[in-house]
Design a binder for this molecule. Structure first.
Ligand SMILES: Cc1ncc(COP(=O)(O)O)c(C=O)c1O
Length: 400
């Protein structure tokens, strides 16, 4: 039912047909691990064993594929399991090029797991400028996140996709080169990388897609049949699949993605503007893709739906590490916690929390200073959130 409908209609209806046997409008949770067969190797329906496929996982995958504008989606037990499956699809001796400030867990997988399986990764802090020079004959994947975490740097996906397409045009089919975009930070509502030329999109469903901070899950979406076949094989062979219950919950969460993503963007825009008005006093700098001052605002306008900035903000508070910690303790509506993309607002200090594993010098090279605060803006009332940020700023910032 994906033909001609807009995002919100697809979110509610894709993969959500009434149950054929009972008429239930909401699909039942199918807990059975195995499915009866009429005769040997002839299942009654289309299911045999729940690791290989399951009705709730299928429905979720159908819905996400529709929302990302892809033919195929494959769900996993976490965003990290998704990354692992994609990397497992590469042969020994393969090479990957990644943005430097990729999600820490992905960086860890590249450098401490894939590396020991014979897959080498080169990191770059300016992928648009340096990519062409970094691609080698054995390069198989280009891995980007836009915006990046936590500095919210934007990569021009279409321009990277063009470079990838040019190199691919010179290669034999046996030497593929694919562009992977981790779209976790924006969700399929704000950005659809497949439409910008990416070959594969991955998400930590744990964040915006589920949106209620109660499921850990991941998903990969593609239009490419070769990629799909490879990943589908590995999804079953590795078996890092989500439960029927988690698939059902994530599908329920996804039905309101358009409403949540719009509300979070609207709130984040208001907060970012207020924070920006304090630059020079209690705030050192603000990074938010919805601000006119964002250095890649023109790319944002091209690549995000309606030029939305998304729900993530990072800003530097005046007063160093102590002020950043105090700000997060003083907020009443923003809970001090890792993760993002839920209906409730969160704040964190990346230097000592999500990015603590990166040595200071490297961290600061990519803009992650001790005074940087990351906000995941939820869908509470705008005025209440703005008020909360202002009162915490007043108590925490050290202004001379
Ligand atoms: C951008 C990004 N990708 C992938 C992941 C990994 O997802 P998960 O925690 O579901 O394994 C995260 C987790 O924070 C993330 O922020």
């Amino acid at each position: 039912m994906t033909q001609g409908y807009k995002f919100g209609t697809l979110a509610v209806h894709a993969g959500a047909e009434p149950d054929v046997s009972t008429g239930a409008v909401i699909e039942p949770i199918s807990l059975s691990t195995t499915f009866a067969q009429k005769s040997a190797a002839k299942p009654v329906g289309s299911y045999e064993y729940s690791r290989s496929s399951n009705p709730n996982r299928d429905s979720f995958e159908t819905a996400v594929a529709a929302l990302e504008g892809g033919k195929y989606a494959l769900a996993y037990s976490s965003g990290s399991a998704t990354t692992a499956n994609v990397l497992q699809s590469l042969a020994i001796g393969s090479h990957v090029v990644s943005i430097g400030d990729v999600y820490g867990g992905t960086h860890r997988y590249f450098t401490r797991v894939a590396d020991s399986h014979g897959v080498e990764t080169t990191f770059t802090n300016d992928i648009s400028a340096e990519l062409a020079g970094l691609i080698k004959p054995e390069t198989r994947l280009i891995w980007i996140e836009s915006p990046s975490n936590p500095t919210l740097t934007i990569t021009d996906i279409a321009s990277v996709a063009n470079i990838v397409a040019e190199v691919r045009a010179t290669r034999a089919e046996s030497q593929p080169l694919y562009l992977v975009v981790d779209n976790t930070f924006l969700s399929p509502y704000v950005q659809n990388p497949l439409r910008l030329g990416a070959d594969l999109v991955v998400h930590s469903v744990t964040k915006y897609i589920n949106g209620h901070s109660d499921v850990v899950m991941g998903v990969a979406i593609t239009n490419n049949e070769v990629i799909h076949e490879k990943l589908r094989f590995l999804q079953n062979a590795i078996g890092a699949v989500p439960s029927a219950f988690d698939s059902w919950l994530a599908h329920r969460g996804l039905k309101t993605l358009h409403l949540r993503a719009r509300a979070a963007s609207h709130n984040a825009q208001a907060i970012a503007e207020v924070l920006e008005s304090h630059v020079g006093s209690s705030v050192v700098a603000v990074s938010y893709p919805g601000l006119k001052s964002h250095p890649q605002r023109s790319v944002v306008q091209r690549q995000h739906r309606d030029g939305l900035g998304g729900g993530m903000i990072s800003f530097r508070i005046r007063g160093g590490a102590a002020a950043a910690d105090k700000f997060c303790q003083e907020t009443k509506l923003f809970t001090l916690a890792e993760s993002l993309g839920g209906i409730e607002s969160l704040c964190e200090v990346p230097a000592v929390m999500t990015h603590a594993g990166i040595p200071r010098e490297k961290r600061e090279e990519s803009g992650v200073y001790d005074d940087l605060i990351r906000l995941s803006v939820g869908i509470e009332e705008t005025d209440d959130l703005v008020h909360d940020v202002l009162q915490a700023l007043e108590k925490a910032a050290v202004v001379n």
